[in-house]
Design a protein around this ligand. Sequence first.
Ligand code: DOR
Ligand code: ZN
Length: 348
Amino acid sequence: MIIGLNKITIRRPDDWHLHVRNDYLLKLVLPYTSSIFGRAMIMPNLLPPITNIKSAINYRNKILSLLPKNHKFIPLMTCYLTESSNPNEIELGFNTGVFAAVKLYPQSSTTNSSYGIKNITSVNKVLERLQKIGMPLLIHCEITDINVDIFDREAYFIEKIMQPLRKRFPELKIVMEHISTKEAVEYVNSSDNKIAATITPHHLMLNRNDLLTNYINPHFYCFPIIKSKLHQQALREAVSKGNPNFFLGTDSAPHFRCTKENKCGHAGIFNAPTALLAYATVFEELNAIKYFESFCSENGARFYDLSLNKEKITLIRKRCEIKKTINLFPYDLVPFLAGKTLNWSIKD
Ligand code: DOR
Ligand code: ZN
């Protein structure tokens, strides 16, 4: 890494948590990621979800076929875990390089999670197999009991699901996705190297005042819901200390503006165009640029036992005005930090 006052050069980063959707939307959003990131862990929550080798290969081929010619980008596929997932299919997918990981959505936790897991013990056989073959499990860590306050869903999940799960499968490699609380930070900090977590730019930059003060901002609505400042600060502190078990995962999750600015607004933030600049802004604010490269480009690859990217990318200190909307006729998308100006730009 080369750090200058006005220039930072790092290894090309990877995005360890990304939604690129399908078809028309896939074609439009993919270049925002593939122009910057070397690889991305592609989330499987399509309709129908990616639950087997065949659908993962088709989806991967579609992504590859829509890549701009000059973009070198590798999509890493995940398998959506259901209560009827077959451990043999998952193992075969892993051994043949189709699946990089399995994704566990508690049922009703987020977008397209209705095929997800209601009862964690129903997938014991799969978890046993993952542990045996060293295949990572990516978890959306929120309990979905409607009696649990929405702001407490992650902390409850850690207590009620994660801790018992870890006792039963101590060697299982787990990534806690898009963590949003002090409790999750503490849990990762006090765990061994089998547990890691991704952190999004929005959970680092926002707290619930940004979401709810003056008016509701639907473009900051996502799951896990943005928490209080205390939790935001715990996440910021986590990345500023350089623990290698935290790494970049944008959770960029595009929804058209009309479905977000709606009485039943969808959860998800489209941050692919701004994510790297947003992370740079946060690391600079925290005086932690020395950990910027490891967070963006090294910790994740090491956790997944993958090689590091060889290419480099340079950020320069130049004002970057984030577009208010990205017009994709007949719809449009509102990117994270729309209308704001950041101090960093990507060098062409
Ligand atoms: O806000 C979110 N949106 N959180 C998720 O976990 C899923 C995502 C989506 O797919 O829209
Ligand atoms: Zn996600």
